[in-house]
Design a protein around this ligand. Structure first.
Ligand code: NCN
Ligand code: DMD
Length: 580
């Protein structure tokens, strides 16, 4: 069958083939482009104004241009107070004069004289004052994009000012932006409520000067920097800052592959992105070069932990051995989940109490191990060896295409919590969870152990406590060290790495700290029930595919998610394509 591409009645009507065939096809015709650059180049800060009124229609066009500005999370936080009343303008001008004199007092004499020379009569002269306000009363966390950069609402208002300024210039109007105010004083003048701030006063009117060059440049205040001085290549120049961390040895996914994956998704007989997070995940996997993932492997690493002696787990350490033995017998939950998902398993004894578990790969520490609270979990030598051994495992596992991670280790939620606190600078209360079934008293003991362990880390290592491998040796467990290596090795070979619960995600967190390029290879299989897990996933930039309150460990969540990922790739391969 040949399917016609359904063209949406709303939104973007362009087709992927159109965009691929003519990437620059969104451009305006040449005269419009030139006109735009002409306006940009001729915009000036105008200080002298004619008293003539500005026609209402022109003013509306200019204000509409301001209102067309981009805003964070589409919040449109700007408000424009139009001040025409000469008495208000006079009071504002007086406030600016007072500020000017105060600033002159702070300056060296020459700069002070230049400031006094500057023409600041615009507030009185221009027929209109536009006071641009920002309504900051919406909580930052509720605005998309503002939770992280809380001032983006102010930047949005600055964008509105720029739009207004350019539109005014195109209309032949002059704009002067005056910020010589005490912001609170200006806010009081205009009766702004608490939480609404101003970005200053725009004088707007027909200009009584037509400056060909920026005014401050003309009077020798400063000069325009050459473009080459403000455009930097890749990073800040090395001679100005401490040496940057080495660039990632991993290649980022090829940009054209990322675009091709999106384009291919657009060709499906389904609205773009209709599978939500699964669409995004398959796009990322396709960009890594995997069109199908027929095979895959669950790497399941097990170890016990001396911190268990602080009574931080509801279960005795021998359970770790029992689960690994059950895994060898093909009956542990993680192994059955792997089988159901079509994955093979690679079992690792990274330090189970007692002799090596027959049938599991032995990758163990040689030096004595500590309980985190009184001594390092592992020596640095052992840590490096386990990570390297894991790296080799990961590289081999990568040949299967998909690498799912699993772990078993009584007390390892305490270990993983300690690492999370140290790596993300979080408090134990924000991270320590119930593990395999703690009660309140046990949660208190876990918090105390994590608190003591992180305090010891800082006391022992000072500034290098931030180093991920130092943290891993001091607070980590051997199965986490092996899995850190697995993530590195698998990602270096281009595999998709599917995470399970807290401990596997912490291993990925350390791998990313060692090698940032790893991040592109990670898929969060699930959000586990463990308290600190979402924080780790957020730091990894990974949205979990499943949220089922799973806390089985052993890679169960990763296997469930792996099956779903493979379904999604199958759906993607077999769904009808549309023609253009
Ligand atoms: O995957 C998780 O986030 C997760 C959450 C709670 C418990 N676990 C499993 O339970 C064990 C650790 O729990 P605990 O209470 O002994 O620290 C370990 O074997 C994990 O596989 C795993
Ligand atoms: C029984 C049991 C099985 C597990 N599998 C992973 N962690 C586990 C913890 C317990 C207690």
């Amino acid at each position: 069958m040949v399917w016609e591409r359904p063209v949406p009645l709303i939104g973007d009507v362009s087709a992927a083939s159109q965009r691929a065939g003519d990437p620059a096809g969104w451009a305006f015709p040449e005269p419009a482009r030139q006109a735009f650059y002409d306006v940009l180049g001729a915009r000036r800060d105008v200080r002298r104004f004619r008293p003539d009124p500005v026609d209402g229609e022109i003013l509306t066009r200019v204000l509409a241009a301001a209102h067309a500005a981009p805003s964070v999370g589409h919040s449109q936080p700007w408000r424009f107070v139009l001040v025409r009343d000469p008495a208000t303008r006079e009071r504002a001008a007086l406030m600016a004069d007072q500020q000017r004199l105060r600033q002159v007092e702070q300056m060296d004499p020459e700069s002070g004289l230049r400031l006094l020379d500057l023409q600041l009569e615009g507030i009185r002269e221009a027929p209109l004052g536009v006071v641009v306000c920002c309504d900051r009363r919406a909580p930052a966390a509720g605005v998309l994009g503002r939770a992280t950069f809380v001032d983006t609402d102010l930047w949005s208002c600055a964008c509105a000012i720029q739009n207004l300024w350019l539109a005014a210039r195109a209309e032949g109007l002059g704009v002067g932006w005056v910020t010589l105010f005490d912001p609170d004083e200006l806010a009081t003048l205009l009766a702004l409520p608490a939480g609404v701030v101003t970005l200053g006063w725009l004088c707007l009117g027909w200009p009584d000067e037509r400056p060909p060059r920026p005014g401050l440049e003309r009077v020798g205040w400063s000069r325009k920097l050459p473009l080459s001085q403000v455009v930097l290549d890749e990073r800040w120049p090395a001679d100005e800052v401490a040496p940057a961390p080495p660039p990632s040895r991993l290649r980022a996914p090829d940009q054209s592959a990322v675009v091709a994956a999106h384009d291919a998704a657009d060709r499906l007989l389904s609205p773009p992105g209709s599978l939500g997070l699964l669409s995004q995940t398959t796009d990322r996997i396709l960009a890594l070069g995997h069109t199908e993932l027929t095979g895959g492997v669950l790497v399941l690493a097990a170890a016990d932990h001396p911190v268990a002696r602080h009574r931080v787990s509801a279960y005795p350490t021998r359970v770790t051995r029992e689960v690994l033995e059950a895994a060898v017998a093909g009956e542990a939950m993680g192994v059955t989940a792997a089988r159901a998902a079509g994955l093979t398993v690679d079992l690792v004894d990274a330090g189970v109490t007692g002799p090596p578990v027959p049938g599991a790969r032995e990758i163990r520490c040689r030096d004595p191990r500590g309980d985190l609270v009184g001594a390092d979990a592992m020596s640095r030598d052992d840590t490096d060896r386990l990570v390297e051994a894991g790296r080799g495992l990961g590289a081999t596992a990568a040949t299967h295409g998909l690498v799912a991670l699993g772990e078993v280790g009584v007390a390892n939620t305490t270990v993983a919590a300690a690492l999370t606190c140290a790596l993300l600078d979080l408090t134990p209360a924000a991270v320590v969870g119930l593990g395999a079934g703690a009660d309140s008293a046990m949660v208190d003991r876990k918090r105390a152990a994590v608190s003591a362990a992180t305090a010891r880390l800082h006391a022992t290592y000072g500034g290098s406590a931030r180093d991920p491998l130092t943290c891993l040796a001091a607070l980590g467990g051997p199965e986490i060290a092996v899995l850190t290596g697995v993530v590195l090795g698998a990602a270096e070979r281009g595999a998709v790495v599917v995470l399970d619960g807290l401990a596997t995600s912490v291993a990925a967190l350390i791998a990313v700290a060692v090698e940032p390029g790893v991040a592109a290879h990670l898929v969060a299989g699930q959000r586990s029930r463990e308290l600190g897990h979402p924080r780790v996933l957020t730091q990894l930039g990974c949205e979990p595919l499943l949220s089922l309150r799973v806390r089985a460990g052993e890679g169960v969540g990763a296997c469930l998610a792996s099956a779903m990922i493979r379904h999604a790739l199958t759906i993607r391969r077999h769904t009808a394509r549309v023609t253009y």
